[in-house]
Ligand binder design. Structure first.
Ligand SMILES: N[C@@H](CCC(=O)N[C@@H](CS)C(=O)NCC(=O)O)C(=O)O
Length: 225
């Protein structure tokens, strides 16, 4: 019996929920999930019953209550040091933290124009041209992390940004699914990284569950076009 509960939104659409969920799975934690369907008349009432922020994800661990996806990932990294969710080298770790934080606070155009829809395949809705600079920035960050730290195995061997999986990978996991959903044309190194993330058993589990969900949301950006 676990004393950890992660409150999340729909697996198909809630990109912020995917991040800590994936970090927790990669850390080998056992936890209960409570899914609150988004964009329904009672969504806010349901979420505010456990979180004053009115948003998911939200983690309860006994008396500990944490909101904000990145803060939850940080907490997981601290209680599970053996999972190495941050590189041990201070330079690689600082880089990974900057990369993760930039995702948490930025890329508004990318998030607006290419919203997460894991089971969807919408090459015809490809709005890459509306957020070219941000996409180039993401790809550049991934390339720099892989070249400087990943290939040298800063966080152990692996195909992730710093070698072995880190919180930075968790933060960008929803971006990797967006590139798949919207059929983005990418270079081989970027494609290989996207495959590494999406081939994780936990990512497959999340994607499979997203296909079983009955809810269909239409993002405002697609109502305009
Ligand atoms: N900065 C927050 C963002 C969380 C967020 O925006 N969550 C969305 C779902 S992905 C939400 O809960 N929306 C509430 C609603 O739609 O009523 C985080 O990193 O956790």
């Amino acid at each position: 019996m676990t004393d950890m509960t992660l409150y999340i939104g729909n697996k198909n659409y809630s990109s912020w929920s995917l991040r800590p969920w994936l970090a927790m799975k990669q850390a080998g934690l056992s936890f209960r999930e409570v899914l609150v369907p988004l964009d329904r008349p009672d969504t806010q009432k349901q979420i505010r019953a456990f979180s004053g922020s009115g948003k998911v994800p939200f983690l309860e661990h006994g008396a500990v209550k944490i909101w904000e996806s990145l803060a939850i990932c940080e907490y997981v990294a601290e209680i599970r040091p053996q999972a190495h969710l941050w590189p041990s080298d201070p330079v690689a770790r600082a880089h990974a933290r900057a990369v993760a934080t930039e995702m948490h606070g930025g890329f508004a155009e990318l998030r607006r124009n290419m919203p997460m829809d894991i089971r969807g395949r919408w090459p015809e809705r490809n709005r890459q041209s509306h957020c070219t600079a941000e996409i180039e920035r993401v790809i550049g960050l991934w390339r720099e992390a892989r070249e400087r730290f990943g290939k040298a195995g800063a966080n152990g061997k692996g195909d992730f940004l710093y070698g072995g999986f880190t919180v930075a990978d968790a933060m960008y996991a929803p971006v990797t699914t967006r590139f798949i959903t919207y059929g983005a044309k990418l270079d081989p190194a970027t494609t290989a990284y996207i495959e590494a993330v999406n081939n994780l058993p936990a990512m497959r589990e999340w994607a499979e569950a997203s296909k079983q969900e009955p809810w269909e949301l239409t993002y405002p950006v697609f109502r305009q076009t």
